[in-house]
Design a protein around this ligand. Structure first.
Ligand code: CAA
Length: 261
């Protein structure tokens, strides 16, 4: 499928990269871009060979500097509501992909940009990353899930502080808060992300998908039900050829060659 505002490419077998590509406006998210993010995520979801999706922004300066303020400026209340729902739908498509989705963040990652990154499973940051929810500085609330996903990631009090002040944090503070998993030099972070994706792609693909679904689904369950789900998934793993291969390879002291079945 052809896109105007994003670039979707398979950088290596099973490793997809989605790049928000509006560098002149620091990759700001307008309606068309939101729709394309949803469509591109769905496209990756249809590839049975997909192992990992990396999500990033084009250019040196920004991951995504937020929702597109030029488009939003003249919105009515109804248009604002619909714009938000449009992003929520696109981000849910991304968030509910069965494979790991990693945000690779350099430069500004603000408002809708941070919300997009938090719809990914985890973030890797370049040293230049500047993250925040500055919506209140524009007289609006977060609109693409930030008021909900940020507290779930870093706790209520710190999320509240960042959302209500609009304060920007750097990569080091984001690392300390657990908002990003690792910080690398800007010119290394994409290579590090691809190396991480390669590691994941070499693991048992069914096990990776099942394990992701356990973490995601378990969060909405009480511990007994969540652990019961894990026992079921663990049992199910033993019906795969990958389990036979993985354990045989371990015992034979050779690398496993998983087939995803
Ligand atoms: N929407 C539209 N255009 C944007 C934009 C945005 N969110 N962010 C930057 N741009 C545009 C600028 O207007 C500018 O365009 P022109 O060259 O045509 O004038 C271009 O990108 C470069 O930006 P700056 O000249 O401002 O670059 P800078 O280095 O001086 O500043 C910045 C960078 C601090 C990120 C600044 O651009 C900025 O503050 N941007 C807005 C950040 C923001 O408030 N984001 C939240 C948006 S609201 C939101 O996201 C709501 C929600 O939750 C859904």
């Amino acid at each position: 499928m052809a896109y105007d505002n994003v670039v979707l490419e398979e950088v290596e077998a099973g490793i997809w990269r989605l790049t928000v590509n509006r560098p002149k406006s620091l990759n700001a998210l307008n309606s068309a871009t939101l729709d394309e993010i949803g469509a591109a995520a769905a496209e990756v979801g249809r590839d049975p060979g997909a192992r990992v999706l990396l999500l990033t922004g084009s250019g040196e300066k920004a991951f995504v500097a937020g929702a597109d303020i030029s488009e939003m400026q003249a919105f009515t209340a109804d248009e604002g509501h619909r714009f938000s729902m449009r992003a929520m739908a696109a981000f849910r498509t991304l968030e509910t992909l069965p494979i790991p989705v990693i945000a690779v963040v350099r430069g500004y990652c603000l408002g809708g940009g941070l919300e997009l990154a938090m719809a990914c499973d985890w973030l890797l940051a370049g040293a230049s990353a500047a993250l925040g929810q500055p919506e209140v500085t524009l007289g609006v609330t977060p609109g693409f899930g930030g008021s909900q996903r940020l507290p779930r990631r870093i706790g209520t009090a710190m999320a509240m502080e960042l959302i209500l002040t609009g304060r920007r944090i750097d990569a080091t503070e984001a690392l300390r808060l657990g908002l990003v998993n690792h910080v690398h030099p800007d010119d290394r972070v994409m290579d590090e992300a691809i190396a991480m994706a390669r590691d994941i792609a070499a693991r048992g693909p069914i096990a990776v998908r099942l394990a992701k679904s356990l973490v995601v689904r378990g969060q909405d369950l009480d511990l007994d039900n969540a652990c019961a789900l894990e026992s079921q998934a663990f049992g199910l793993s033993f019906s795969t050829e990958d389990q036979k291969e993985g354990m045989a390879a371990f015992l034979a002291r050779r690398p496993a060659a998983f087939k995803g079945r």
